[in-house]
Design a protein around this ligand. Structure first.
Ligand code: FE
Length: 344
């Protein structure tokens, strides 16, 4: 990129999330996508590290022959098997897919923070695996050995094809649509659906006072992921506004079909992890919960809900709304929060 000498300041009204001018990319001000800057600041205020959370109780329970059932151990390990590789997939997509093709520097600022958070999440899983002395090779290789994890990750990775290529450019209608489709898949499906039965299981452990250190790690991850999803929704809706021609009826139908396919993949995974149910959650409950959240994701980007079911796990919504739980922060060793900005 060559700097255009003596060119006038960027016209903020010309700024676009995708397909903007090259000069835009390094001029943070004037800002157009102010939501991204707010997300960047809120994320910094919510900073945390896995090693701040005590794993002592988890270590004792994992060693104890009676604290956990065989089904609970299997469910815990399988959920970790999904988690350990999923955040690396998310990180790669941000760095090698989104970042390069985004032409709004304020959106790029949050993407840099988001990429770091994905690294913190992978660190959290590594820390859990190491603390409990789990079989590292087994857990980190589950995506290649367990069908339901493989199917979810294979589905997601398919949407990187083309976009990760060095010569992919945002100069055709098809490529712009492909990029928007990638964003819908990563935000609405990977971050918005594929994590949620695993989140529910981990909070199930917490509700039984089991493996609470691991569950607390996951609560922090849920808070971050919920921001990633909300940010993704803002990005998708802004791209729609800036490029209304991309959101054709066919495109909208395609996104709905992808979400429906993802719902099946997700509840198939939940069924495989808990064939006999766990903590009062059975296969039907998971199916309905996933359908419920899928409808919420569709609505956020202006698409028609497909299932219209009640939330069978209302406690999940409460748990996600962590800003209301004051006690949650009392377990923290280090307090990064300085600006009183826990609302998101
Ligand atoms: Fe994420």
């Amino acid at each position: 990129m060559a700097i255009q000498r003596n060119a006038p300041p960027v016209d903020v009204n010309q700024r676009r999330i995708m397909g903007g001018t090259e000069a835009d990319v390094i001029q943070l001000y004037p800002m157009k996508h102010k939501f991204a800057w707010e997300y960047y600041n809120t994320a910094n205020a919510n900073h945390w590290l896995p090693t701040e959370i005590s794993m002592q109780l988890d270590i004792e329970q994992w060693k104890s022959p009676t604290a956990l059932s065989a089904d609970e151990r299997r469910a815990f390990e399988t959920v970790l098997g999904f988690f350990t590789t999923a955040d690396s997939i998310a990180a790669n997509n941000i760095v090698m897919g989104f970042y390069k093709h985004v032409s709004s520097p304020e959106v790029r600022m949050y993407l840099l923070r988001q990429a770091y958070e994905e690294a913190i999440h992978t660190h959290a899983y590594q820390y859990i695996v190491e603390s409990l002395g789990l079989n590292q090779a087994k857990i980190f290789n589950m995506y290649r050995e367990i069908d339901s994890i493989y199917n979810k990750e294979e589905f997601i990775l398919g949407f990187n094809e083309g976009i990760f290529d060095g010569d992919f450019k945002m100069d055709t209608f098809e490529n712009k649509q492909k990029f928007l489709e990638n964003w819908c898949v990563f935000s609405l499906i990977l971050e918005g659906i594929f994590f949620y039965s695993s989140f529910a299981v981990m909070l199930g452990f917490q509700r039984q006072h089991k493996l609470t250190g691991s569950a607390e790690q996951i609560q922090y991850i849920m808070r971050d992921e919920s921001m990633h999803l909300n940010f993704g929704v803002e990005v998708i809706n802004t791209i729609k506004e800036e490029n209304p021609e991309l959101w054709t009826n066919d495109f909208a139908r395609k996104i709905i079909e992808l979400v429906k396919k993802a719902v099946v993949l997700e509840y198939t995974f939940a069924k495989e992890v808990f064939p006999t149910g766990i903590f009062g959650m059975n296969a039907d409950g998971f199916k309905q919960y996933i359908e419920y959240i899928a409808d919420r994701r569709l609505q956020r980007v202006g698409l028609t809900p497909q299932y219209n079911v009640q939330n069978p796990f209302p406690w999940m919504s409460e748990a996600i709304d962590l800003s209301k739980e004051k006690n949650f922060f009392e377990t923290r060793v280090i307090e990064y929060q300085v600006g009183g900005q826990l609302n998101w």
